[in-house]
Design a protein around this ligand. Structure first.
Ligand code: CA
Ligand code: CA
Length: 77
């Protein structure tokens, strides 16, 4: 088995024991209208399972790329 496969398998096991199996989309794919922000509707379709409010650090009701990227970084810790 290749190293990348081992890593992915370990990651999947971690996710299975924790919260999500779904992998959130990358920012540009989640941002359906390409306005540079993820709004609530886009977030609902992003595949993320974390409550949006936890990522919305400035509480403006949408996620900047920086706010959204925190989700991707936490995904497989
Ligand atoms: Ca958007
Ligand atoms: Ca925000």
């Amino acid at each position: 088995m290749k190293m990348t496969q081992i890593t992915i398998t370990a990651c999947a096991a971690l996710l299975a024991s924790g919260v999500a199996l779904a992998e959130p989309k990358e920012f540009k794919k989640a941002d359906a209208n390409a306005d540079g922000m993820i709004d609530a509707a886009e977030y609902a379709n992003s595949g993320a399972e974390k409550p949006m409010a936890e990522l919305d650090k400035d509480k403006n009701g949408s996620l900047s790329q920086k706010e959204y990227d925190a989700l991707l970084e936490e995904e497989c810790d």
